[in-house]
Write a protein that binds this ligand. Sequence first.
Ligand code: G3H
Ligand code: 13P
Ligand code: ZN
Ligand code: NA
Length: 308
Amino acid sequence: ALVTTKEMFRKAYEGGYAVGAFNVNNMEIVQGIVDAAKEVRSPLILQVSAGARKYAKPAYLKKLVEAAIIDSDLDIALHLDHGDSFEICKQCIDDGFTSVMIDGSHLPYEENIALVKQVVEYAHARGVVVEAELGKLAGVEDEVNVKAEDATYTDPKQAVDFVKRSGCDSLAIAIGTSHGAYKFKGEPKLDFERLETITKLLPDYPLVLHGASTVIPEFVEMCNAYGGDIPGAQGVPEEMLRRAGSLGVCKINIDTDLRLAMTAAIRKYLHDFPAEFDPRKYLGVGRDAIRSMVRHKLVDVLGSDGKM
Ligand code: G3H
Ligand code: 13P
Ligand code: ZN
Ligand code: NA
């Protein structure tokens, strides 16, 4: 069924695991993710960015997710990723999304709170839950480009005040992750002490980790071996994601790993079969690569398998 994240997060918190939130942009991506979750009986969050809405058109994405629910019989939440205004959140709520993110992380503190409150008021009146963000991730997120030096980690005490005053249902925090394929220059490092403090100060409260792709070396190497050029890509080690999931983190956002898996498989296919030009052939192997990658995430990293 189409559900909110309330019950999902409650169970994930108690079970010490996390629910995967995967970005969707077309049919093959939706099917790859949902087929994996169906195989291992995992709850899912499918999230749509402003860019995804622009690429695929909102009505198509909504119908694809509805079709996925019918086909899989899973509990799936439909979430707006990085909403940057009250208006886009309202549109998604009116369209039937069960969860929206209002990302005011770039705003001054009080303005962030005021914006979140406005969205919470509209959303809660309609049974929809709201994710907010406090602190800044490094890297590129949609049209906002935050330089690494400007990245500021979430202040634990401020997080408590923020949650209480804004009324948000979950909070995205900054502890050293970033969006995209280039997360660390040297050794990967996340501020787990900070995460433990936030978890302690906000007991039973679901936290969200953005920029949480592993940047799986196998797919980076496959891209590079078949004409790609993505040198030095590096993501969050799986062990760190497991540790985050055992703490207050209940939602782990993944987009880059989907992009890499699909692109790697398609690059290899087109190289190996240069005479093929049926899109179903190469999109099919892209979808398969997503399915097996997501299955691995659900079972070995997030621990959400069998939780449906
Ligand atoms: O956080 C950003 C997500 O990866 C979505 O990316 O805005 O290019 O769709 P996008
Ligand atoms: P990645 O770029 O690490 O996949 O992060 C995705 C994300 O946070 C979407 O909101
Ligand atoms: Zn994000
Ligand atoms: Na958790």
